[in-house]
Ligand binder design. Sequence first.
Ligand code: GDP
Ligand code: ZN
Length: 292
Amino acid sequence: MHEGLIIKGISGFYYIKADSKIYECKARGIFRKDEIIPTVGDYVEFSISDEEKLTGIIEKIKPRKNFLVRPPVANIDKLITVFSVESPAPDLMLLDKLIIKAAEIGIKPIICINKIDLSPNGFEAIRCYENAGFETLFVSAVKGIGIDNLKEKMKDKVSILAGPSGVGKSTIVNALNINVSVKTGDVSNKINRGKHTTRHVEFFEIESGGYIADTPGFTALGIERIISDKLKNLYPEFQENVNKCRFTGCTHISEPNCGVKEALNNNKIDNGRYERYIEIYKTIKENERYHK
Ligand code: GDP
Ligand code: ZN
């Protein structure tokens, strides 16, 4: 039995990277019966049908450490949220939602700020994320600044990029140097085009190690499924102050004697981030009421 990683799946065919080769495989019928569908990102065991034609059959899917439903990808290590210092200005609401989304999948986000060449000092609002302990990275994809650092963080991991259009995601992917020797189908074409018309997920292998999942359609959608009372736990900067809250279940919104609000008044917690927390909380709460 051989082991490999599904890097692409198209209409019942799975492309498995194993020992620097790519095998075109079909899945055994048993998966469908168990309602487990092999997914890009799955580590699998497969048997080789024809070593010359590089074809095989997937026999077993290894347990997944996480799973993203839309678009379907398994075993993601890093979510890299991409924004730019300017053109367009960072959408911090989207950033906060992507951080929540990462927590929902169970992965740590890296906040990557591109186009640092346009504004070398970055921007003030990013401070609160740094202070809260989030990993932040300033890069310029066109000038090549910070790209080695980014590669280092992605080394031997499976990462996905997320962020609004125009922030430079395609430019970053190009700057990472995709290993063209293992490209499948029209990969290089697709990268160069920068825009994606297809909806399936595909992995690109980075020369320096690791994979980047091309995830068209990845958004912060679905965070309203998070339980409203759990939302506050996803804000590390709140956690440092909850021991001062009078009520154990304090949501830090309207309760008296709240440690988080005290920290807010002492400028220890960023006002913008707190206000966006309330807005997200209300959206989630409304959604819960609606689905009761
Ligand atoms: P995407 O929509 O997120 O994939 O963004 P693109 O990669 O298509 O980039 C959008 C625009 O920003 C293009 O005109 C790029 O040339 C430009 N761009 C990308 N990275 C940088 C950068 O580091 N600095 C500057 N000044 N422009 C950049
Ligand atoms: Zn509180």
